[in-house]
Design a protein around this ligand. Sequence first.
Ligand SMILES: [Zn+2]
Length: 300
Amino acid sequence: MSVDAELATRDVVLVTLDSCRYDTARTADLPALSSLGPLQRAESPGTFTLPAHAAMFTGFLPRPTEGCVEVAGKRLGSIWRSAAARGRPGDGGISFRAPTLMDHYADQGYRVLGAGGVTFFDPTHPCNSLPTRFPEFRYFGRVAASPADAAARVVDRDTSLTLAHVDELAQTCLQAERFFCFINCPCTHIPYTSPAAVLSEATAVLLERLYRLHDAGPSAAAPRPLDAAEAATLQNMQRRCLEWADARLGRLFVQLAHRRPLVVVCGDHGDEFGEDGRYGHGHPHPTVTTVPLWCGLLER
Ligand SMILES: [Zn+2]
């Protein structure tokens, strides 16, 4: 069996670290993610959660800026390739013809499971199409339709984080003969809180200002921009949340390793901290479109 054909029969874990900047990942201590393979600098096809995931679910993952994706030492044009969307032959990877990766793996008899925490994945919201593409989806975040001003969104988070539930997710995967498990991680998304990054009085004030900067855009009502030290404080919170995610993913990997799954972990987009005058994501700034990517095969 060729390497590509062997890849196509593996169980799958696909993880998105929501809003995680590439430079946050480059400066973090990430033993579990590093065990998958080298950190790759990639460009996302979307600048916010909805288009980035819609593209990913059709096989268009963030692409390494060097052009090839590295999996277990092999360089591929892409991990997955929609033969339906791209008629000409590809350069490696898993070819599929179904509308989405989830349809493809379900057609192959896999248990297809999704889990999420940012509000685009709340299945109770009538505008949210992403979770409806999964036969089975678990949502742990806040209710998307709930009104929340800047102050109300600045909260410590624990069980609302998807990776707080890795044992349950691993058990669900292991019940199946084959599985495709997608996990969206909100811990790296504003407000950058997790059990490893709890709020202080100062960071709560800073985050509330950041939310108001997000919401105001370039209007005259915008509060004072962040200075370099304030931006560094927020990015350090994102880094600590990413390191917490790494520890939780390490716990997941240990439980799933005997199934030897293909694992792909990436940012869906980054966040701008005012580098060129804007905040958050949803606009094509390099800090928004450049994301981290790791790919690898877990082994026993
Ligand atoms: Zn996102």
